[in-house]
Ligand binder design. Sequence first.
Ligand code: 1BN
Ligand code: ZN
Length: 309
Amino acid sequence: MMAACGSTGTTTVESTGNDSTAAAASQQSFDANGAMEFTRQQCDFGPRVPGTAAHAQCADWLMATLKASCDTVILQTGTVQTATEGKLGIKNIIGVINPQATERLLLLAHWDTRPWADNDEDEANHRKAVMGANDGASGTAVLLQLAKQLKETGTSLGVDILLVDAEDMGVNDNEDSWGLGTQYWAGHPHVEGYKPLFGILLDMVGASDATFSREYYSMQYASGFVDLVWKNAAGNHFINAQGGAVTDDHIFVNRAGIPCIDIIDMRSDSPTGFCPVWHTIHDTIDGIDPATMGEVGQTLLNVIADLTE
Ligand code: 1BN
Ligand code: ZN
């Protein structure tokens, strides 16, 4: 699919946006290479399939990494019912920045990876786990890097980093078989009566040729927040066009009464609707471009600047 991209050098992301009329460029530059390193570190554990040793080890590392940047870190454990594997123990990890702030932004990404590469061209790989450099690690990495930078610079906004488990164990034609960690969190919020301004989900934000269009359910539930984020978009991967619909974690956040949008790489020219390595054994670190994660991270910094100026 895409050329491998090294993590040396400096990636500077300008805030161009699509409609820059009222965008608030952050004073801060997002460190794309830092996000790349966090992506690599997750992949070094191997596929993070719930129930495996790699998953448990990565959970410990995510907790430790967030503890270095957040005021409070919460490990939420629970049991969910999967479509095909019976009951499953899950771990959601929540990093809280400025717990006393009433104005809060929810940022989420799934950190688990799919147990089956069932979209691989070779059927022999369908029972192998997906590495999930893009589908799992990239969104998580951007949020880890963002938390690190917010710790360094400070912000008056309350920010909650929600790393959800078991997003990717779903099956076709069963919407509720996806986003199991988020569904659990929606039923057991980490703070009683939790009500942030809105949420932003990151999913598959690492491909060099990613396109982030205005995802359908995000527009249905929270079009004003899509406008706000796209207005603050950095670089050229954000497209000012209607996108397709995806049953992603944001659906369950919206159903819980919190407006939430999805920044997700969707492709109108692909048979799956996603990048070619989606749910294949080829979703590895070689397909990750720090520049794309840099644009997404910079966009989040711009949104935070917009909300706090
Ligand atoms: C996103 C990444 N998703 C899974 N991996 C959500 C999804 C659910 C995508 C159903 C397509 C169909
Ligand atoms: Zn997936």
